[in-house]
Write a protein that binds this ligand. Structure first.
Ligand code: SF4
Length: 454
């Protein structure tokens, strides 16, 4: 399919081919789905809302609920104020959420709809809430939309009463419900009282019960979001995803934060666990020590298969940086590291990792696309592709083993239930990476070399 991609790289300044990102409202919708009894609301045309819902449903294999202001020609010319007013009333009357989280779209941003003014003009039922954020999709990516929506909730709802609630707020970054469950397991093992915000576990991985629930059991509750202002501290996981909402909360409620890498791999998980142990002054439980030891043991056992293998890693910035660190810990060479989300901080952090582990000849790029990644690979091939489902066409064209991780994974099941964070998550990643490389060795082996015991 991509066999025609040329090897010669020409400078492109205003064209993306095979983007490595999606639009801001997808992230905003995902953040809102991590709030209990919340209806995400797309202020734009039905087409946008359909696309965002479909995108999320394809990754999570779960329905992604949302309503829309349903713009037609009239709203596009005269503004969508009355559409939003009617929409909010209808949603509260018919679907009865506790909160509606409105995000904008390209259309409503382009015509300049003032959501602040619109929402102030709406009659919101007693005990219910409407929050909003701006998500113009011609800048940034779904990652920006995700943290903008988090900031929207904080701006509208977080309050400081002046009394600590004794909790640590955890901003988990743009991760799967399986990752959030793993973070919560570690927090509980470390006996840290916490508020996870947002929390899509129990929503986007809700079980089949035989009964339809528009608002599944999971999600951060409204009192928990209000209580963010009384937390002692925020652990903002994912430096490029969680910093903005942590800053918003710090400015509004004076809650300090620690900005940390996503805990992917040994070192980043160690730092996360040590940070938690400083909060409670508790010993690190043997269960976590054991998992760490198992991870190290597994990497040592299997290192013949991945040591010094080159890998191209692509996807969301913090996920890619975490996967890059794990690859380096495994002795692999992250030859190409690419995200579609703009921001040169990504490149700086990736280069810092290359320096820290003493690897040379690696390239990092932000606001890149998969066409360019393919061209790099055509010029110098790698042993493995690690990233979102959009890499499968490159993997097929260049006949490279491919491991899926990050967002989105549209062509496989179960991935969003299983973690890539923590020691357990790293064990899973090592298994997937070693398995893909060993499968390739089996496939290419002659009959004489084809071994049962490897
Ligand atoms: S028009 Fe903008 S908001 Fe709507 S789907 Fe396209 S990029 Fe996303």
């Amino acid at each position: 399919m991509l066999k025609m991609t040329p090897k010669e790289i020409t400078e492109r300044s205003s064209l993306k081919i095979n983007p490595c990102k999606t639009c801001q409202p997808v992230g905003a919708m995902y953040a809102a789905l991590g709030v209990h009894n919340c209806m995400p609301h797309s202020h734009g045309s039905q087409g946008c809302a359909s696309y965002h819902r479909t995108f999320l449903s394809r990754h999570f294999k779960e329905p992604a609920m949302s309503s829309t202001s349903s713009f037609t020609e009239g709203a596009s010319v005269f503004g969508g104020g009355s559409n939003l007013k009617t929409g909010v009333k209808n949603v509260f009357d018919i679907y009865n959420p506790d909160i509606i989280a409105v995000h904008t779209t390209c259309l409503s941003e382009t015509i300049g709809d003032d959501l602040n003014a619109f929402i102030q003009d709406i009659d919101i039922p007693e005990g219910k809430y409407v929050v909003h954020t701006n998500t113009p999709s011609y800048v940034g990516s779904h990652v920006n939309g995700f943290y903008n929506m988090m900031s929207g909730f904080i701006t509208y709802m977080a309050e400081s009463t002046g009394q600590s609630n004794g909790k640590t707020a955890i901003f988990p970054g743009f991760v799967n419900p399986g990752d959030i469950r793993e973070l919560k397991r570690i927090l509980n093992l470390m006996k840290v009282p916490f508020t996870m915000f947002p929390d899509q576990s129990g929503v986007m991985d809700a079980p089949m019960t035989g009964m339809y629930a528009m608002y599944p059991k999971g999600g951060t509750t409204i009192p928990e979001i209000m209580g963010l202002g009384d937390c002692d501290k925020v652990l903002a996981l994912g430096e490029l995803t969680s910093e903005e909402p942590a800053n918003v909360l710090e400015r509004k409620c004076k809650v300090p934060h620690s900005l940390m890498e996503l805990p992917i791999g040994i070192d980043a998980t160690d730092k996360f666990v040590m940070e938690l142990s400083q909060i409670t002054n508790e010993e690190i439980p043997y269960e976590l020590e054991e998992e760490r030891g198992q991870l190290v043991d597994i990497i040592l056992d299997a290192h013949f298969y991945f040591h010094e293998k080159t890998v191209a890693i692509f996807g969301d910035p913090d996920t890619v940086l975490g996967l890059t660190r794990l690859a380096l810990e495994m002795g692999m060479i992250p030859k190409y590291v690419l995200t579609g989300t703009p921001g040169e901080a990504f490149v700086k952090l990736a280069n810092k990792l290359f320096d820290q582990y003493g690897v040379t000849g690696c390239t990092a790029k932000a606001a890149g696309d998969l066409f360019e990644l393919h061209q790099w690979i055509k010029n110098e091939k790698v042993d493995l592709l690690l990233g979102t489902s959009y890499g499968k066409q490159i993997a097929k064209a260049e006949d490279i083993p491919f491991v899926r991780a990050g967002f989105p994974v549209l062509d496989r099941y179960v991935h969003s239930y299983a973690p890539i964070v923590g020691y357990k998550g790293a064990i899973r990643l090592v298994e997937m990476i070693a398995g893909a490389l060993m499968d390739r060795q089996d496939r290419d082996a002659s009959d004489e070399e084809f071994e049962i015991v490897m």
